[in-house]
Design a protein around this ligand. Structure first.
Ligand SMILES: [Zn+2]
Length: 124
């Protein structure tokens, strides 16, 4: 089932020419709404808390942010959701530079849509 989830991505935002002598591009994280299939995200999702993460696929805990593969179920983390994205914003630049293939999704969106789809399954 396709759900609408926020993605945190790097996008080039041009400086307003009247505010900046160098009219270059600066890459900033902005959120994009995108339709994603949660059943495809969950097995490849790392949910990251303050100091360590949890594999959404097998619930393995104590996973570090720089581990590209779950030590338990061996699935590759292609998606990362931060429980507190504001606290981790400074890390995002480095993360996306080191692992450009990783997609950062909004945790609150993920949690909300997941519980919504679980509720829908329950009433089937
Ligand atoms: Zn796992």
């Amino acid at each position: 089932m396709m759900k609408i989830v926020n993605l945190w991505g790097l996008f080039s935002i041009p400086h307003p020419p009247n505010l900046c002598y160098n009219p270059g591009m600066a890459e900033r994280f902005v959120r994009v709404f995108s339709k994603l299939d949660l059943s495809k995200i969950t097995p490849q999702l790392l949910i990251y808390g303050d100091i360590s993460g949890t594999c959404a696929g097998c619930q393995k805990i104590d996973i570090k942010l720089n581990q590209p593969v779950c030590p338990e179920c061996k699935s590759e983390f292609k998606f990362i959701a931060f429980r507190n994205i504001r606290a981790h914003l400074p890390k995002l630049q480095q993360l996306s530079a080191q692992r450009p293939s990783v997609t950062i999704i909004d945790y609150d969106d993920y949690k909300r849509e997941l519980s919504a789809s679980k509720a829908a399954d329950f009433f089937k």
